[in-house]
Design a protein around this ligand. Structure first.
Ligand SMILES: Nc1ncnc2c1ncn2[C@@H]1O[C@H](COP(=O)(O)OP(=O)(O)O)[C@@H](O)[C@H]1O
Ligand SMILES: [Mg+2]
Length: 336
């Protein structure tokens, strides 16, 4: 069903064009979706049900979890829909909300139910469904886990128009920040007592040490049946200042590129000096929202310039050398 050219390394290379860093996550996700679609293809031949590998992406907010899933659906050419677990938990009728998510997936497939049945659903903020003893809200978090469990496993769900969508082959990816998980892990980790000999792989030990175990997720507050449906777990790292700089410049549709395009449409060349990206990244590190604050800061810098540009057709070039100095303008020679 997947194009033959789509191998795990092909997927990673594609993701690299949009998602900066997160190398481990990219590889794990690529291998998982690749084998997912292989399994579906095989199951269509031999009729055996597939053992699905739904995924859990753990990592701080604004580090690229949603972006990676979106980009993944593009490279695979399958429909993609997202949902927020918190919105599900706040709704009075969880099942109706879940139906709505699946309906969005069908819409993304242009109404083609068969196509949507091979799609990807991303459910964000899954960590907010944790159950906390004695809190009424936790009851709903747990019941949402139960409701999701059913569709992640595979079920026929009736849509509003009376048609059914079968979720058996839909890949579910859950995401969350899981604040506090590291403390839980540091208490449960057995491997740190293993010492390794010369020549043995330090890398493998590190792998084992940073592995999230299902029991860590129970301790965190997910129910065992739910974590059981998420056999593949991968982590997203905090973005360093250097990565934040790269995010503004490198991706195909980077913030810088987008604004250069907007200026170009006004026949103006925009140049932003490296120092400015450095300054913006410094601020973004302060804000602690990953890459999320980059666009806002950049827009604040650019908006006053975009305000004057349409009224000043003589401006040919704009150069910004620092966040804290006025931009310099190059104007056309006046024709006398
Ligand atoms: N690793 C990354 N590479 C490129 N852009 C990123 C990365 N992480 C975050 N961003 C940008 O930051 C914004 C928020 O990212 P998102 O994927 O929604 O974060 P998350 O889902 O992890 O909270 C998006 O606009 C995205 O373009
Ligand atoms: Mg997200």
């Amino acid at each position: 069903m997947l194009n033959k050219a789509i191998t795990p390394s092909f997927i990673v290379k594609y993701l690299d064009q949009y998602v900066i860093g997160q190398e481990d996550a990219k590889k794990t996700v690529a291998v998982t979706v690749y084998s997912h679609f292989k399994k579906i293809a095989k199951s269509q031949l031999d009729g055996m049900p597939i053992a699905k590998s739904n995924m859990l992406l753990i990592g701080p907010s604004g580090t690229g979890k949603t972006l990676l899933c979106e980009t993944l659906s593009l490279v695979l050419g399958v429909p993609f829909a997202t949902a927020e677990a918190t919105a599900l938990a706040q709704s009075r009728y969880v099942n109706e909300e879940i139906e709505a998510v699946l309906q969005r997936l069908v819409d993304k497939a242009g109404g083609d139910v068969a196509k949507s049945q091979n799609g990807i659903v991303f459910i964000d903020e899954i960590d907010k469904l944790k159950s906390i003893d004695g809190q009424p809200r936790s009851v709903s978090g747990e019941s949402v886990q139960h409701a999701l469990l059913k569709i992640m496993e595979g079920a026929a769900v009736k849509l509003a128009n009376g048609r059914y969508i079968d979720t058996t082959n839909i890949l579910f990816i859950c995401g969350g920040a899981f604040v506090g998980l590291d403390d839980i892990m540091s208490q449960s980790n057995a491997y740190r007592y293993i010492s390794i000999q010369k020549g043995e792989s330090q890398k493998m030990l590190h792998r084992l040490n940073t592995r999230v175990k299902p029991t860590d997720l129970f301790t965190f507050g997910l129910i065992p049946e739910f974590t059981g449906r998420l056999p593949v777990i991968t982590r997203f790292q905090d973005l360093s200042k250097q990565m934040l700089v790269r995010i503004m410049i490198e991706p195909k549709n980077s913030i810088y590129e987008q604004f250069r395009q907007i200026f170009q449409n006004e026949r103006v060349e925009l140049t932003v000096e490296p120092k400015v990206f450095d300054q913006i990244a410094d601020l973004a590190v302060e804000y602690k929202t990953g890459a999320r604050s980059l666009r806002g800061i950049f827009e604040e810098l650019i908006t006053p310039i975009l305000y004057v540009i349409p009224d000043s057709p003589d401006i040919e070039k704009v150069a910004i050398a620092s966040l804290f100095t006025e931009p310099s303008f190059v104007r056309k020679e006046r024709v006398k």
